[in-house]
Write a protein that binds this ligand. Sequence first.
Ligand code: GCW
Length: 845
Amino acid sequence: MRSMAPGALLVISLLAFLAAPASLRAQSGIDAWLRYAPLDDSAKLLYKNLPRRIIPLGSTALMRSAQQELIRGIRGMLGVTLQSGSYVPRGDAFILGTLAEVRAAPLAIALPADLDDDGYSIQSLTLASHPCILITARNDRGVLFGVFALLRRIALGQPLAELNDRQNPYAPVRWVNQWDNLDGSIERGYGGRSIFFDSGSVRSDLTRVGDYARLLASLGINACAINNVNADPRILTPEFIPQLARVAAAFRHWGVRLAVAVDFSSPKSIGGLDTFDPLDPRVSAWWRNKTQEIYAAIPDFAGFVLKADSEGRLGPSAYARTHADASNMIARALKPHGGLLFYRGFVYDHHLDWRNLKNDRARAAYDNFQPLDGQFDSNVILQIKNGPIDFQVREPASPLFGALQKTNEAIELQITQEYTGQARHLCFLVPMWKEVLDFDAHASSAAGPTPVKAIVAGKIFHLPSGGFVGVSNVGADANWLGNQLSMANLYGFGRLAWNPDLSANEIVDEWTRMTFGNNPHVTTTIEAMQLSSWRTYENYTGPLGLQTLTDITGNHYGPSVEASEQNGWGQWHRADADGVGMDRTVATGTGYIGQYQPAVAKLYESLADTPDDLLLFFHHVPYTYVLHSGKTVIQQIYDSHYQGAEAADEYVRQWKSLEGLIDDQRYSEILMQLEYQAGAAQVWRDAICNWFLRVSGIADEKGRAGHFPGRTEAEAMALDGYSIEDVTPWEAASAGKAAVCARQAVTCSAEFRFNGSAGSYDLDVEYFDTNNGAAKFKLFVGGRLADTWLADDHLPTTKIDGSSSTRHRIHTIPLSPGDEIRIEGSPDGGDRAAFDYIEIHPASN
Ligand code: GCW
C-alpha cells in the first residue's frame, strides 16, 4: 500500500508482463472475481461440448447484458466466441429468456413453476435432439443472475451436463449502501475517492459505476443507496435529480436499482418550508411532490434510507413525534411508486452519563423501536445493525431482531472494515456474519428455531419485505476496497444475501478460485488465511467481548484502550484496577440482557453459561476470573494478543509461499499489506498487554508482557537532534515515549552499540508514519548504510500514536558485538521522523 516510485513500478510491470505467462500477468484487481481467466487445458476439456451459439429470446437492456456477459465469460475462460443467433430449432445453443419469452417462442419444455422474482433456472436439455442450456427466470434480472451463476460454475470447474439448478433468492432485499459524500470523499471508505461524486456533483464519467453494478449483479444484489446516511440535503434538489438519473441509467442494465439516503430536515433546509414536522400536511405534501419528481426522472427508483435522531442528525424528536410518524409519512410518498423506506435502527444517545452504571448504549435500539412494533407501514423496513453497539470486532446479535413481529427488518452488515482494520488488516467477516445470521433469537415459541436470517427475510412472521443491507463503501482505487483480500467481504456479503445457508468455507472457496485461480496450493493457503483472519484480528485487538479497543472518538483504527471510557458515547468496557467488563445483567447490571427472549436471556444472564467470547460484553469480572478454557481472564488477554500477532506474522510466511503462483502485481501488493499488518498487530499486542499489565498489576505467567528481548528504546540511545516526548495514549509507544526530531532540523540521529553475539540478524525499526509529510529514514551499521526508506504511507492520523506506529524490517544484517547502529531521520512537513525503538532478532531466513 505504500507507493513505489512510478518509474520503478512501470519497469517492474513491463518486465513482469514480458516474462509471465498470460494468466500470471499483472492484475490490478479491478475485475475482482469476474476475471474470467483462461482455465487450464484439463478443465477446458470438461466444457468441450458446450454449445457454440447463444440465443436471447428477449431484447431488453438487461437481456443484452446477460448475453454479452455470457460471451465475455466463455471467451475468457474457454477461448471460444459464442455466435449470437435467433431461435430456430436446429443446433446446440445457450437459450436465454424469461418464462414468458420461452413460452412464446414456443419451446416445448416443462418450465419450473416455483420461481420467484430474481430467481433463475439453468437446465441442460435436448431440443430437437440438440443439447442446449436454457437459462430462464420470471424477470430479465433473474436471467442475468442465471448467466452469472453459470459462469461461476465454469470458473469453479463444475460439470454442466445434466444441470438442473433452480434458485430463488432467500430475501427480496439485497441492498448495498455507500456512505459517499457529494464532495467525493467517503465516510469510512478505504478504497479511494467516490466513483459517484466529485466536487458537489455526480461525476461525468460513470464507467466505474457500471463496473460496480456488474460486480453487484454477479452476486444478485438488486439495489444500491449511493450517498452517506449522514445525508447532504442537496441530493434532493431539482438540479441534482437529473444527475441521479444518470447514475440510475448506469445501474439499470445490470438490474441494480438506485436509492438515496435523505436528510429528514430537507423540507426546511432545501424545500423552503419553515418546518419538517412529519405531521404537518405541508411537509408530507413536500415529500409526495419530491418523490413524484424523482420517479418522473427515475421510474425504477428503489427508495430512501433515513438516519434520523442519531449522532446529531435531525429527526422526529424535534417535534416530539415518533420514528413511526417519521417513517410512515415518507413511506406513504413512496408507496404509490413501489418504493421502500429504510429507517435506520441506529438511534442512541451519545451524551450518556458514564458515571451512572445503569446507563447502557446497547439498550438503545430496542428501547427506541420495540414499543413501536405494529405501527410501521408495509413499505417501511427497519434497518438494524448486526450488534447492539456499532460494528465491533465481536458483538452479540442485536436483541431487536427477536423483539419485533409486525415490522419489516433488514440486517445491516458492514463490509467496509471500519473497526476491523480499515482494509489494511486482513479480516474476513463472513464467519462473523454467519454467527449472527444463524443465531437463534427464540423469537416465537410456535415456529421452532428462529435464526436471525429467517427473521429478517420475513419468513418467521410472514412479513411483506426484508433482508440484507451491506455497507460497502467501494472507491475509485483499482482494487475497490483498498485491499485485494478485502474483496472477499463484498463477495461474501452478496452471496449470503442471496443464500445465507452457504457456509463460510464454500464462500471463500468460490471467491478464491474466481479471484486467484484453481491452483490447489494457492486456494488452500488463501482460504486458510481468510478463514482464520477474523479470530486473528479479534485476538490482537479486543478478545472476550471487549470489542475493538481502539480510538473510538477518533479514527477507529489504532489501539487506545481508554478512549471509550469517561465519555458519553457509551462504548464502555469499564476496565479498572480490579476488573473488567460491562455488567449488563438484569440482576445487578444495566438490564440489557432482559431485552432478549427468555431462553437467550437465561444463557447470557448466567456468568457460568455465557460463552467466553462474549464474557466481558455481558459481565464485569475480576481479572482472575477463570474462563471455560481454564485460563484466567488476564492470562487470556495476554495469550490472545500474542497468538494474534504471531498469526499475523505467519500470514506473511504463508503468502510468500505463493510467489510465482499468482500474478506479480497482486502478489506484491498483498505481501506489502501483510507485512504492514504483522507490524501493526505487534503494536496492538504491546499496547493492550502493557495497558492491562499496568492497570491490573498481574504479571503474564509466560513472562512476555512488558519484556521485549532484543529491543532498544530510543530513550536509551545517544541522541543528536532528537528529543524524547511522551506519547498519547501512553500504551501506543514502547515505554510510553518516542524520539521526535526537532521541527527545524534537517536530520536527527540516534545511535547505540550492539551487545549480542556475532551473527546474522533482522532489524525492526518501529517508527511513526504520520500522514502530514514523508520523513526519510536511513539506518547505518558500523558506519555503512544498511537501508533507507520513506515514511510515506497514508495512515489515518497526523499524530504520533498507535495508528501511525509502523514497523520497518531490515533483513539479514551481519552484526558483531560492539557494532554501532545509527538511525538518521529527516522530517518532512508535519512528519517529525519520530521513532520508538529498534528490535534485533536472529535472521528469520
Ligand atoms: O459507526 C458509526 C460510524 C459513522 C457512521 C455511523 C452510522 C455514517 O463511525 O461514520 O455514520 O456509524 O452507521 O450511521
